[in-house]
Design a protein around this ligand. Structure first.
Ligand code: NAG
Ligand code: NAG
Ligand code: NAG
Ligand code: NAG
Ligand code: NAG
Ligand code: NAG
Ligand code: NAG
Ligand code: NAG
Ligand code: NAG
Ligand code: NAG
Ligand code: NAG
Ligand code: NAG
Length: 414
């Protein structure tokens, strides 16, 4: 869907023996003077004493009169500047200082409580383990000189090693939740890249769909204690995704909201890169849809590393997206144990899943024999002026343009 694997046939076996680098002490990189200019003493003043006053734009101190549409200083400003006119305060407490309600468990048990939980964690663990393999692979397969040629430093390699080590922590936590004897184990992977730049782009896309696939189910887990730990892991992975964006010099975060997708979409995107797993690994029960390939997708292979840029890959709204999809009933991996499935009728719309929104564009030029179509990226806002389709958008071919919101997005699979 996101990475043109259908056209990039190159498949590299993941190296299970990738030798880690020695993690050196954190410190200045080669471009940074070894001695801090402040001689190691703290700079700045105490944060406990206020020194300046800041008044919200559009009001004068002491006057909270409601803004009007005409006077709001920015879109929606009238929604959060002014004096509230209602009062919903409820003084019932659970204990002193703690409002009543919430779903706290005082003796949490960090284990799956349903098949939904277990399957979601199985999938999540497969995701952690490909990332673990991939990050080590990028270090083991490409030399310091390769990294330098891509504009990346020894510190960037060290950071990548650190991110691989984070995956050890995440995989350990999920394995403990599932039970060591029944948790899925590491597989053999096939990667669609040859150069380091392509590998970094791939790592960014992998962390992106891992992140989005997790946001899609976290709030639905029967085991809230488990979801808490997954939340704290996926937040770290979101930062990894951003690091890989910055390694490419992409805009750091053009979105206002991160995107959630269903587990089935995550599994569809992930499974193509898993060649073979240990025979007793649990079967993933989420649907493996036919992969969707965007055949005119631009990729950022000419960027230079940086914190942020204005670099735009696409024209956004109005751009034509060309599609090709796999057939149904195709035998697919890992190990040829899955087939592509869907309960959808004839393809009618392209769903753009991005930020808080699922927006649809009519499919044009549909050819069910060659399995191609195209659609135009829709123009809409999340909240004005933020466009809905920015950054890595997820797309799906669907038969109906049903209204969906972030919490019920997995209904799209039905
Ligand atoms: C740091 O220490 C050196 C050596 O004592 C001194 O020459 C320099 O002025 C100091 N720099 C600052 C910013 O205090
Ligand atoms: C805050 O400012 C007051 C007055 O200048 C000073 O006496 C006090 O020590 C300051 N407090 C802190 C924590 O810096
Ligand atoms: C508060 O602001 C409103 C809107 O600008 C203005 O009409 C009103 O006179 C102001 N009231 C005071 C007390 O300044
Ligand atoms: C102010 O904005 C709201 C929400 O967009 C709209 O419903 C209303 O008609 C607007 N009022 C005026 C006077 O433009
Ligand atoms: C809001 O309601 C609560 C509970 O009735 C009350 O204690 C509080 O004073 C009210 N606040 C205001 C600003 O009226
Ligand atoms: C206040 O909260 C308590 C505890 O959640 C609830 O039982 C009660 O109905 C609430 N009162 C109002 C007025 O909503
Ligand atoms: C990036 O975009 C901003 C806002 O449009 C603009 O001010 C800035 O000059 C742009 N940077 C470059 C390098 O063009
Ligand atoms: C998207 O819609 C906005 C607001 O209607 C409009 O200003 C903008 O030109 C549109 N962009 C495209 C690419 O159609
Ligand atoms: C897929 O396989 C199922 C079961 O073998 C069969 O009923 C169905 O017609 C097949 N669909 C396609 C599109 O080949
Ligand atoms: C659909 O694709 C097939 C296979 O490429 C081709 O033979 C056929 O002409 C196409 N149909 C239309 C309506 O373009
Ligand atoms: C996007 O989602 C937000 C939040 O639910 C909603 O307010 C907005 O209307 C949606 N935009 C579109 C174009 O559907
Ligand atoms: C250092 C190293 O292992 N480099 C290999 C990385 O992968 C490419 C593509 O398979 C090989 O050509 C390199 O030899």
């Amino acid at each position: 869907m996101l990475f043109s694997t259908l056209t990039l046939a190159a498949a590299l076996a993941g190296s299970a023996t990738a030798s880690p680098l020695l993690l050196r002490r954190q410190g200045p990189g080669t471009d940074v003077p070894a001695t801090p200019s402040n001689n190691g003493t703290a700079v700045g003043s105490s944060y406990l004493n206020a020194t300046v006053e800041s008044v919200p734009i559009g009001v004068t101190p002491g006057n909270w009169s409601q803004l009007t549409n005409a006077t709001e200083p920015y879109p929606n400003g009238r929604l959060f500047i002014g004096n509230p006119t209602g009062n919903t305060t409820n003084v019932t407490l659970a204990w002193k200082g703690q409002p009543a309600g919430g779903l706290l468990e005082t003796k949490p048990d960090y284990a799956p409580r349903s098949s939904f939980d277990r399957q979601s964690l199985n999938l999540g663990l497969l995701q952690e383990m490909i990332e673990l393999d991939l990050f080590y692979y990028l270090l083991a397969n490409f030399t310091s000189e390769d990294w330098q040629a891509a504009g990346l430093t020894e510190d960037d390699r060290t950071l990548t090693q650190h991110m691989a080590n984070q995956e050890i922590g995440h995989a350990t936590a999920i394995t403990n939740m599932l039970g060591v004897d029944v948790a899925p184990k590491q597989c053999v992977y096939q990667y669609p890249f040859e150069t380091l730049k392509q590998g970094i782009l791939f790592a960014q896309l992998v962390t992106r769909f891992g992140e989005a696939g997790t946001y899609g189910f976290l709030g639905q887990m029967d085991s809230r204690p488990s979801s808490q730990i997954i939340l704290q892991a996926i937040t770290t992975e979101a930062r990894q995704q951003m690091v890989f964006r910055q390694f490419q010099g992409l805009p750091a975060m053009p979105e206002w909201f991160e995107t959630g997708i269903s587990q089935a979409y995550q599994w569809t995107l992930l499974s193509q890169y898993i060649r073979s797993c240990p025979t007793n690994n649990p079967r993933i029960e989420f649907t493996r849809f036919p992969l969707l390939d965007v055949t005119n997708q631009p990729y950022a292979l000419d960027g230079t590393p940086g914190l942020n840029s204005n670099y735009t890959l696409t024209e956004g709204a109005g751009r034509r997206v060309d599609l090709y999809w796999e057939p149904l009933n195709k035998t697919v991996g890992p190990d040829g144990l899955y087939v592509t499935e869907s309960v959808a009728g004839e393809p009618k719309f392209l769903a753009f899943i991005d930020q808080l929104n699922v927006t649809y564009a009519p499919l044009e030029g549909v050819n069910l024999t060659s399995r191609v179509a195209h659609a135009i990226v829709p123009n809409g806002t999340v909240f004005p002026p933020q466009p809905v389709v920015v950054n890595t958008a997820f797309v799906a071919v669907v038969d109906e343009d049903i209204f969906l919101t972030p919490y019920n997005i997995s209904l799209i699979n039905k």
